[in-house]
Design a protein around this ligand. Structure first.
Ligand code: SF4
Length: 360
């Protein structure tokens, strides 16, 4: 089982953010969150992966962070093989919090976004160069087994040179995973972006070449990793693995239906999660499409592990029908493999749309 914990608290609201997050929560609200987590998380099974995201998990005080891990460790069975990821922001990590994370997780994910202070300011990330540098020094010296940095490209006011200089710094700092995102225009985000950013699409081949030359493979549309350093949690979820989600706005998947928790108030009062019950075929199409975001795509063995999967022959039939509507070079299809090529991944939205329609 894969577990996700959503920590919905942040110091402030970034201009581009469309995640469920609450700025400036006080200590009492966070304690109530931890109380509710303690009430709901118990006697769960063995965790293959745990992902603690947000929000900003490091917005919690050191005492609260320690308590969070104590609750997680007493509620679920963590083994030496469990991958435990946690997001951290440079503004709120301290030596004490870094030590707590190092004792409890196997993978840290740092939201840098840009090494250019002016660009960070433009998107509402109020983190000085000194604070960022200190946070990186702290994480480097802690020696986490795995370390991701989030970088955003094609931002307003950001030159391509600035992005690549930042990516070079990330590599030099020793990260083994880089998530590269181009922001999309989100309805409820304060920072308004162009609806159709062609420049972001144009940059991706260059980003792939840059990463490949430094030993990072693009294993998903937005994610690059050194071999063996891919985020197992995300890989499992993309393949339709079972997911238990805790905290407001967290989602889960029981093999048949997805469900999502409500707002913080609703979650604190124990409101029943919202069920996303859709027909079986639509669910299969959704899982099939989502994992086509990955470079590896599907093999017959992988597809056979999807809960209640239909036959591999049927999958080949569907993808061949869909591929007929698009350029052949977008697809890598054989009896043993279904994937999108690097070219095709750029048009994943169009291909996924056809897959969803095929199941409707
Ligand atoms: S982008 Fe991250 S840090 Fe900024 S408000 Fe959203 S969740 Fe919080």
């Amino acid at each position: 089982m894969n577990y996700y914990f959503h920590i919905p608290f942040c110091a402030s609201k970034c201009g581009y953010c469309a995640f469920y997050s609450i700025p400036e929560a006080d200590r009492f609200l966070i304690d109530s969150y931890l109380d509710q987590l303690e009430r709901t998380l118990h006697s769960c099974g063995t965790a293959e992966t745990v992902y603690i995201g947000g929000g900003t998990p490091t917005y919690l005080s050191a005492v609260q962070l320690k308590r969070l891990f104590a609750i997680i460790r007493s509620g679920i069975d963590i083994t030496p093989e469990t991958e435990i990821s946690c997001e951290a922001n440079p503004e709120s990590i301290t030596p004490e919090k870094c030590g707590i994370l190092r004792e409890n997780i196997t993978r840290i994910s740092m939201g840098v976004q840009s090494f250019d202070a002016a660009v960070r300011k433009n998107i509402g990330r109020h983190c000085s160069g000194k604070v960022l540098e200190d946070a990186i020094t702290l994480i480097r010296s802690a020696g986490f087994p795995h370390w991701n940095m989030d970088l955003i490209f094609a931002l307003p006011g950001q030159s391509d040179e600035s992005f690549f200089a930042g990516a070079e710094m990330a590599v030099e700092y020793g990260v083994d995973h880089i998530s590269c995102y181009a922001l999309t225009a989100e309805e409820n985000a304060a920072l308004k972006l162009p609806e159709d950013d062609e420049h972001a699409a144009e940059m991706m081949p260059e980003i792939c070449d840059f990463m490949n030359a430094r030993g990072f493979r693009r294993y998903e549309i937005s994610n690059f990793a050194r071999p063996g350093c891919e985020c197992r949690h995300n890989c499992n979820v993309w393949k339709g693995g079972r997911l238990a989600g805790f905290g407001p706005a967290a989602c889960g998947f029981d093999g048949t239906d997805r469900w999502s928790n409500g707002t913080l108030d609703e979650w604190l009062t124990g409101r029943t999660p919202m069920q996303d019950a859709i027909p079986h075929m639509a669910r299969l199409q959704e899982i099939f499409a989502v994992n086509l975001r990955t470079a590896d795509g599907w093999t017959p063995d992988m597809w056979a592990e999807v809960p209640n999967a239909d036959s591999w022959a049927r999958r080949l039939e569907i993808i061949r029908e869909i591929a007929a509507n698009f350029p052949a070079e977008w697809f890598d299809i054989s009896a043993e493999h279904i994937a999108l090529t690097g070219n095709g991944m750029m048009f994943w939205n169009s291909v996924a749309g056809e897959i969803f329609d095929h199941g409707a």
